[in-house]
Write a protein that binds this ligand. Structure first.
Ligand code: SF4
Ligand code: SF4
Length: 677
């Protein structure tokens, strides 16, 4: 006797099938209506959802939505979500296979593929996946209601969804167990979980007519729940099953290290976003994709320092506002309630203090499993504050004004080569061409501590025999922080001037000790026609050492040394290994690591314009980072960024640790290890 799947066993026909189809149509109707309402919300945004480079987008969907690669990077939540997701996915595939067998190819073509070994194999796999799925549900319940990690917030629909999933899983096994207990087919053991339940039911002697009634009742309850599940998707947190694949598919394929340019700035009607309709559709899809996992909040330096910013809350508040304004029917509450619906996004829906607390460190985006672009939203809202409403912190406004007047946030006119006094560093204007153009940066030009760093870099280049020159007073602020503060006008003016200047000289590569300048010149100046070879001094110096042009010999005597990864180098540009390799070349240097390092390093607090803003003394990001270095028992901190140097130096001084911890630029450590010339 060939094993075969019997459709609608114990269910009266044709009524069961007819009612099931009607129920499915109703459920799909609810689903379709909910989906339509949500899509209508996104359509109010600026059209930007693109399908170009379809293969790459499909790949992103497979890797991030189906493969869940970013979900898996935390052990317990990763295991919970992966078991839940893959168990559900394979059960769904199995259900579709059965549906096609019973309701499509079977009746239409008399083709029943659910038979023989294929049928038995499918049953075994589905039973296994049912267990995986239930494990995920149980882990989710344990985590959410017993372990209760601080970052998880519970809403009523969370419980509803978990109970629904639990019932669907357990109910499916019970149905199978009852059927096998009554039918007792010789191949029953391939459905090993259902078979075990059937054995139990048989042992209890519950295989009489009562079992048939119980099966029939349970079948209907299970069917109603399954159809209810489909219908509820757009009205509960289950909607992320739809939005997450879409968000992965429409994710930008270009580097996210560059902020998008506002084209035709003079003619743009709105600068930044005052309301939802001013935002690109992809941003609105971002808000709908948030699973409230809290990973972004866990790594946000501003949040950790006690400042009024949670990247998760920014996203959730914008979503709640959009849903409230769109009158989207929901099961259970969807976050914050707004008294007024005519609020501006910046300053109304999201508090100004939250927006100005962001250092644009990108830690949130690095960790977000569903590819949400927090910085894109924050900068869009900052642009509105800076360019339209003028609500901008006083100290930041002053720095912007100084830059407008003098071309740098220090407000100094000229004198950009003071740092090089006595070194004989040539100007590009005099030599016209050089192997290396040394991009000094504003901190290197005017901040006394950072002047020493650029001086050291120049001396190292001279020692290695590199022909280089600087722009001197022709160099303007690169504009990185102004752009991230939302001042796109000023940024574009600076960028255009610098690109024009750089294009007028011949050089092989630009070398800079500033990761912000590095990122802007490398990733953002191409938007203005300036595509140059740009290198950070850490990688350039490493190559000089590897080529034997610089030979570290003297032992490092400052004790265990921790390397602090600058956000704009490690996260924005993936430069993580080279600075460490450079330090490894220094004899006697004992490297230690902070708990957060590499692409997961914690910010120093100086990016995104924060360098020019006041911070409350007890809420400083640099102090949070310094505590990590203390925990690593480091007595020296190696940095590779002028902001990091200033912020961490400051943190050490404020805490009175000058005797215990010293902060150096990588170049200074390398220079100290060279034999006297
Ligand atoms: S970019 Fe950094 S500071 Fe800004 S919200 Fe994200 S994690 Fe927080
Ligand atoms: S924004 Fe991303 S990381 Fe943050 S809570 Fe939402 S899904 Fe999680």
């Amino acid at each position: 006797m060939e094993p075969v799947r019997e459709s609608f066993w114990n269910m009266p026909q044709p009524w069961t099938q007819i009612l099931l189809y009607v129920g499915l149509a109703v459920a799909l109707g609810f689903f379709g209506y909910g989906l339509y309402r949500r899509i209508s919300l996104w359509r109010q945004g600026q059209p930007d959802l693109r399908c170009d480079r379809f293969g790459r987008r499909l790949w992103n969907l497979l890797v991030y939505a189906l493969g869940q690669v970013k979900v898996a990077n935390e052990v317990f939540p990763g295991l919970m979500h992966l078991t839940l997701f893959f168990g559900f996915l394979l059960l769904f595939v199995g259900t579709v296979l059965i549906f096609f067998n019973d309701d499509v190819v079977g009746p239409l073509f008399r083709l029943h593929y659910m038979r023989g070994s294929f049928y038995l194999g499918t049953e075994a796999v589905l039973d296994l996946m049912g267990l995986v799925f239930l494990l995920g549900v149980v882990l989710a319940i344990v985590r959410r209601y017993l372990l209760r990690p601080a970052r998880l917030e519970n809403r009523p629909d969370d419980l509803l969804v978990l109970l629904l999933l639990l019932f669907l899983g357990v109910g499916g096994y019970l149905l199978e167990g009852l059927r096998l207990a009554v039918q007792q087919p010789p191949w029953g053991s391939s459905s090993f979980v259902g078979y075990a339940l059937a054995s139990l039911i048989s042992a209890l002697g519950a295989t009489g007519p009562g079992a048939l009634v119980a099966h029939r009742v349970l079948w209907w309850v299970h069917a109603v729940m399954a159809l209810g599940f489909i219908a509820l998707i757009p009205y509960t947190r289950l909607f992320h099953l739809v939005t997450n694949p879409l968000n992965a598919f429409f994710a930008p394929l270009e580097t996210q290290a560059a902020l998008p340019m506002i084209p035709n700035l003079e003619e743009a009607e709105v600068l930044g976003a005052a309301e939802l309709a001013h935002l690109p559709r992809k941003r609105l899809l971002d808000y709908e994709s948030c699973t409230r996992c809290g990973r972004c909040q866990d790594v946000c330096p501003a949040f950790l320092a006690g400042q009024p910013l949670s990247p998760r809350q920014v996203i959730l508040d914008l979503d709640a506002f959009m849903l409230q304004r769109g009158r989207v029917p929901l099961v259970g509450a969807r976050g914050r309630k707004f008294e007024r619906e005519d609020l501006e996004l910046a300053g109304g829906v999201v508090a100004e203090e939250s927006l100005w607390s962001c250092t644009t460190c990108m830690a949130c985006m690095e960790r977000c499993p569903v590819l949400i672009d927090h910085i894109g939203t924050i900068v869009e809202l900052r642009r509105y504050l800076s360019l339209c409403s003028g609500q901008i912190p006083g100290s930041l406004r002053a720095a912007l004004d100084r830059t407008q007047r003098a071309g740098n946030p220090y407000g100094q006119r000229g004198g950009r080569m003071q740092w090089a006094e006595g070194l004989g560093v040539p100007l590009m204007a005099d030599v016209g061409e050089a192997e290396v153009l040394l991009w000094v940066g504003c901190a290197g030009a005017y901040d006394p501590r950072n002047q020493k760093v650029v001086r050291t870099v120049a001396q190292l280049l001279q020692r290695a025999g590199v022909t280089f020159a600087a722009l001197g007073d022709e160099e303007q602020c690169c504009g990185d922080w102004a752009r991230r503060a939302g001042e796109e006008y000023l940024f574009q003016t600076l960028a255009q001037t610098n690109v024009q200047t750089l294009k007028s000289y011949r050089f092989r590569t630009i070398v800079t000790a500033c990761p912000h300048g590095y990122n802007t010149l490398k990733n953002e100046y191409p938007q203005f026609g300036g595509t140059f070879s740009v290198e950070h001094h850490s990688t350039y110096l490493l190559r000089l050492v590897e080529a034997g042009r610089l030979q570290p010999q003297e032992a490092w005597t400052k004790g265990p040394t921790v390397y602090h990864d600058p956000c704009y180098l490690a996260r924005y540009n993936g430069v993580v290994a080279e600075p460490r390799q450079l330090l490894e070349r220094v004899p006697g240097l004992v490297p230690v690591e902070a708990v957060h390092r590499g692409r997961r390093a914690l910010c120093c607090g100086g990016g995104g314009g924060k360098m020019w803003m006041e911070e409350e003394p007890d809420k400083r990001v640099n102090q949070v980072r310094l505590r990590e270095f203390e925990a690593a028992e480091a007595s020296a901190v190696a940095v590779a960024c002028p902001y990091c140097l200033s912020m961490l130096d400051d943190a050490v001084k404020v805490k009175g640790l000058e005797e215990k911890v010293c902060v150096y630029d990588l170049s200074e450590i390398l220079a100290a290890s060279l034999p006297s010339a």
